[in-house]
Design a binder for this molecule. Structure first.
Ligand code: SF4
Length: 703
C-alpha cells in the first residue's frame, strides 16, 4: 500500500516525542514513534500511540461556528463572517464602554507557538490589555519565577541527553512514570545499565516512579522547603559543596548560610514526617555525585509556596556546582507540549515576547516599535484565577477561551461557574464540545486539531519542532492562528495580513533577535528540512544549543547565579481542622490527559482506570468504616464529589488523592475534583495550589 509520510510531535505532554504519521489514499492514518527523533528514539507511551484515533474520531467535533443572541436561547449555526463580526462588535463595544481591561483571553499550553504569538500581539499590542494568560499558569509559573530570579531568566539549562550522563537524580513532586513516560523510560534504562546511579524520589505518595528509587522520601504535603534546606545544611556540614563554583559564579550565599544555620536536621525530619538518616542519605547521594539532576513538576509548582519550593531545590544545584556541565542541572518538567513555546512569545500576563518582562518600560518600547504601535499597556494583566474572579465581580466583561476547559481544570469550580454565568460574553474556541466550559459559550468557534494545521512547539528541553498538517480539518473548522488573524482584520488592525503560519513564525523569530532565546536562525522551512533544534539558534547555520551556562555566565545583571533564602513556615496553605481533617491533593493518572476531551474518546485508554477514585490511607479508611470500592463523599465548604475509594498504604495517613481529569459532562455523579480545591495562589508566581485543600471523607449514604 502507498502511504504519504509526515513527521510531527506528540501533542500531549512536554516530553515532546517525535511521531511518524502515514496516510493512505483513503485518508486513513497510522502512527509510530520516530526512530530518528532524539527525544524518544522510536518509543511512544500509551497516550502517544493512540493519538491518531482521536484525530479520526469526529463524533463530538465542532464543525461550524455557533452563536446565540441571548443566554437563554440555544446557539445557532452561523457563518465565520457573522461569528467574527459579532466577536469584533462585542469587543469594540466593551472596550469603548469599559476600557481595554474589560476583555481578556485565556489560552492553553496546547496552543502552537504561532497561535500564542498572535493572541499576545492582538491583546497587548492592539486591544491594549495585558489580560492574556494561559493554563500553563496552573503548571509552570512557579518554576518560571524561580528560574528567573536564580538564573536571570526562565531558562531550562539542560537537555534530555544529560539524563544518560548523570549519576544522581532527585525527582521531586513528580510522577514521570505516569506523566512523562518516555522520559521515565530513558531514566529507567539508564539505571538498569548503571546500577550505581542513585535516584531519590520526594513525594507524599508512593507512585510508580518509586519503582526505580533508591530512596523514597515520603514527606508530608507542603514540607518540601524544609527538606531541601535540611539537605543543603547536611551538604555544608559534610563539605560536599563546590566552593570554587560558589565563589566565582554565585551570589547570596551569606544569607542562605544564615538560613541554613537555623535549620536542624532533627526538626526538619519531624516536620517532614521522615527519618533524619534518610535526609543524610539523600545528601550523601547528591554530594557524591559526578552529575546531579533535579527534576520536578506539579508537586512543587502547584502550591502557595511554589516559588519557595523551587528556590530551595535550585539552591542544591548551585551549592554543589551542578549546572552548566554534562549530566547536571535543575530540570523542570513541563506538563504541556508547548508550555515553553508559549513563554517564548510572552504568553502570560506578566511577560512579553522573547522572555521580555511586561513591567519593564524598555522591553515594552522594543516590542511596541517592532509591532508598529505607539505603546503597550503598562498595567499588569490578570493572571488565570484573577481573570475569572474579575469576570465574577463584573470588572471584566468578556473572555475568549482558547483550547482549554477552565470549568474543569481551574480550582474552585463553583466560582468558575459563577464567573462564566456572570460574564457578558464568552467565546470558546476548541475542537470539541466535550467540555464543561463549552456549555457557557455565547460564541463557539470550531478549531482545527493536531495534524489538521501546521506550526511549531517547544518541549521541556527547549527543543523546537515543526508539526506538519496531514489532513484537512472537519466541517468549517479553522486553524487557531487563522481565526485570530481573521478576527484582527475584522477589528481593522494593521499587521495581521498573514498568508500562513510560517509568516507568523518568521515574525516571532525576528522579535527574538539579540535576546537570550534568539531563534532568528530558524524558520518552518529549516525545521522541516533539518529536524528539531534547541534554542538559542541565533543564525542560519547554527546547530542549536543543548546546554546553557556552559561558560558559567548566568543571565542575571551580575552574570552570577543567585542563592535565594526560602524560609519554611507552617500553615501557609489551607489549614486542616476537625471538620476537614484530611489534605486533598489532585493530580493525573497514566492514560488520561487534562480534562479528557481527547483521551476520554479512546477505549483502550479508558480501560486503564475507567472511573474516578479516591486514594486513601488504610487507617483513614478504617476510621471511616470504608472498604475498597465503597462509595464515599469527599466534601468541604466549597463542594463535594462522590467517588469509589481505593485503599492504599502508598499514601500517607492524613492525605487523600483525587485524579483531576473528570468533569461534569463525563461523570455527573463524581462532578469535578476541583469542586473541592481552594484557589489560593503563590504570591509571586500566581500559580494556584492544587496540592493542599482541607476536606472530610465520609461513607456515602443514600438520601
Ligand atoms: Fe506523548 Fe508524552 Fe507519551 Fe511522549 S511521553 S508519547 S510526548 S504523552
Amino acid at each position: 500500500m502507498r502511504y504519504q509520510t509526515f513527521k510531527s510531535t506528540c501533542s500531549y505532554c512536554g516530553v515532546g516525542c517525535g511521531v511518524v504519521v502515514k496516510k493512505d489514499h483513503k485518508g486513513r492514518l497510522q502512527l509510530e514513534g520516530d526512530k530518528d527523533h532524539p527525544v524518544n528514539r522510536g518509543m511512544l507511551c500509551s497516550k502517544g500511540r493512540n493519538l491518531h484515533y482521536v484525530v479520526q474520531d469526529k463524533s463530538d467535533r465542532l464543525l461550524f461556528p455557533e452563536m446565540r443572541g441571548a443566554r437563554q436561547h440555544p446557539r445557532q449555526r452561523v457563518s465565520w463572517d457573522a461569528a467574527l463580526t459579532r466577536a469584533a462588535a462585542v469587543f469594540q463595544s466593551m472596550i469603548r464602554k469599559y476600557g481595554p481591561d474589560s476583555v481578556g483571553f485565556y489560552v492553553s499550553g496546547q496552543c502552537l507557538t504561532e497561535e500564542y504569538y498572535l493572541v499576545n500581539k492582538l491583546a497587548k499590542g492592539f486591544l491594549g490589555t495585558n489580560n492574556i494568560d494561559t493554563n500553563s499558569r496552573l503548571c509552570m509559573s512557579s518554576a518560571v519565577a524561580a528560574y528567573t530570579k536564580t538564573l536571570g531568566e526562565d531558562a531550562v539549562p539542560i537537555s534530555y541527553e544529560d539524563i544518560e550522563l548523570a549519576d544522581c537524580f532527585l525527582i521531586a513532586g513528580a510522577n514521570p512514570a505516569w506523566c512523562h513516560p518516555i522520559l521515565f523510560r530513558r531514566l529507567e534504562k539508564h539505571k538498569e545499565e548503571n546500577p550505581n546511579v542513585k535516584i531519590v524520589v520526594v513525594d507524599p505518595r508512593k507512585t510508580q516512579t518509586c519503582s526505580i528509587a533508591d530512596l523514597h522520601l515520603q514527606i508530608l504535603p507542603g514540607t518540601d522547603v524544609v527538606l531541601y534546606n535540611a539537605i543543603a545544611r547536611r551538604l555544608l556540614e559534610t563539605g560536599q559543596v563546590d566552593v570554587d563554583f560558589i565563589a566565582k559564579h554565585t551570589e547570596g550565599l551569606k544569607n542562605y548560610r544564615m538560613l541554613l544555620a537555623g535549620t536542624s536536621l532533627k526538626k526538619a525530619a519531624k516536620i517532614c514526617g521522615i527519618e533524619v538518616n534518610d535526609i543524610k542519605l539523600a545528601a550523601q547521594y547528591i554530594g557524591n555525585a559526578e552529575g546531579f539532576i533535579s527534576m520536578w513538576a506539579m508537586g512543587l509548582n502547584q502550591s502557595v509556596i511554589g516559588t519557595d519550593k523551587n528556590f530551595a531545590l535550585l539552591n542544591l544545584s548551585l551549592l554543589t556546582g551542578q549546572i552548566g556541565k554534562p549530566g547536571s542541572g535543575p530540570f523542570s518538567l513541563t506538563g504541556q507540549p508547548n508550555a515553553m513555546g508559549g513563554r517564548e512569545v510572552g504568553g502570560m500576563a506578566s511577560l512579553l515576547a522573547a522572555h521580555r518582562i511586561q513591567s519593564n518600560p524598555e522591553h515594552r518600547r522594543e516590542v511596541a516599535d517592532f509591532w508598529g504601535v505607539d505603546t503597550l499597556p503598562d498595567k499588569p494583566g490578570l493572571t488565570a484565577t484573577k481573570m475569572f474572579e474579575a469576570l465574577e465581580s463584573g470588572k471584566m466583561k468578556a473572555v475568549w477561551i482558547i483550547c482549554t476547559n477552565p470549568l474543569t481544570s481551574l480550582p474552585n469550580s463553583r466560582r468558575i461557574e459563577k464567573a462564566l454565568e456572570k460574564a457578558r460574553f464568552v467565546i470558546v474556541q476548541d475542537i470539541s464540545r466535550r467540555s464543561d466550559t463549552a456549555a457557557y459559550a455565547d460564541l463557539l468557534l470550531p478549531a482545527a486539531g493536531w495534524l489538521e494545521k501546521d506550526g511549531t512547539m517547544t518541549n521541556s528541553d527547549r527543543r523546537i519542532s515543526y508539526l506538519s498538517k496531514v489532513v484537512d480539518p472537519p466541517g468549517e473548522a479553522l486553524p487557531d492562528a487563522e481565526i485570530l488573524w481573521r478576527f484582527a482584520q475584522k477589528m481593522g488592525f494593521r499587521g495581521f495580513d498573514y498568508q500562513d503560519a510560517s509568516e507568523v513564525y518568521d515574525e516571532h523569530c525576528r522579535l527574538t533577535k539579540n535576546t537570550n532565546i534568539d531563534i532568528s536562525g530558524l524558520s518552518h522551512k529549516r525545521l522541516q528540512e533539518e529536524g528539531t533544534f534547541q534554542w538559542p539558534v541565533p543564525f542560519d547555520n547554527h546547530p542549536g544549543t543543548p546546554r546553557l551556562f556552559v561558560d558559567k555566565q548566568f543571565y542575571t545583571i551580575s552574570g552570577k547565579a543567585q542563592f535565594n533564602t526560602p524560609v519554611y513556615t507552617e500553615n501557609r496553605s489551607e489549614p486542616t481542622d476537625k471538620q476537614h481533617p484530611l489534605v486533598l491533593m489532585t493530580g493525573r493518572i497514566r492514560d488520561q490527559w487534562h480534562t479528557m476531551t481527547r483521551t476520554g474518546k479512546v477505549n483502550r485508554l479508558n480501560s486503564h482506570i475507567p472511573e474516578p477514585y479516591l486514594e486513601i490511607n488504610y487507617f483513614d479508611a478504617m476510621e471511616r468504616d470504608l472498604k475498597n470500592g465503597d462509595l464515599a463523599v469527599v466534601r468541604n465548604g466549597r463542594g463535594q464529589v462522590r467517588v469509589k475509594v481505593k485503599i492504599s498504604t502508598d499514601i500517607k495517613s492524613g492525605v487523600v488523592f483525587l485524579p483531576m481529569h473528570w468533569g461534569k459532562i463525563l461523570n455527573r455523579d463524581f462532578a469535578r475534583a476541583n469542586n473541592l480545591t481552594q484557589g489560593l495562589i503563590d504570591p509571586v508566581s500566581k500559580q494556584p495550589d492544587f496540592k493542599y485543600s482541607a476536606v472530610q471523607v465520609e461513607r456515602y449514604r443514600k438520601p
